[in-house]
Write a new protein. Structure first.
Length: 117
């Protein structure tokens, strides 16, 4: 599975940004998808996850109520809508795909989100 993130950039605090992750190379609906992030000097952390089908979601406490993960299985794409961004959201955001049958995981190369005034 190949994953390509897009949508990162520089944004002011309080504004919004939407990340996209386009998947190719396998059947998209076989994969639970998630977004992770890694801030400078910190470990990579889970931000949000969505099941392969059914749309069940899970969020880190730090982003609950501000971020929304969604997926379009027709477009083989997962999204992360980020609202009310703060400087603490500054990080490289990575897309992850996990095969629900075999557990294998794949990562994108990441997209940088910088929240600054």
């Amino acid at each position: 599975v190949q994953l390509v993130e897009s949508g990162g950039g520089l944004v002011q605090p309080g504004r919004s940004l939407r990340l996209s992750c386009a998947a190719s190379g396998s059947t998209f609906s076989w994969y639970a998808m998630s977004w992770h992030r890694q801030a400078p000097g910190k470990e990579r952390e889970l931000v949000a996850r969505i099941t392969s089908v059914g749309g069940g979601t899970h969020y880190a406490d730090s982003v609950k109520g501000r971020f929304t993960i969604s997926r379009d299985n027709e477009k083989n794409t997962v999204y992360l809508q980020m609202n009310s961004l703060t400087v603490e959201d500054t990080a490289v955001y990575y897309c992850n795909a996990q095969n629900v049958y075999y557990g294998t995981e794949y990562w994108g190369k990441g997209t940088l989100v910088t929240v600054s005034s």
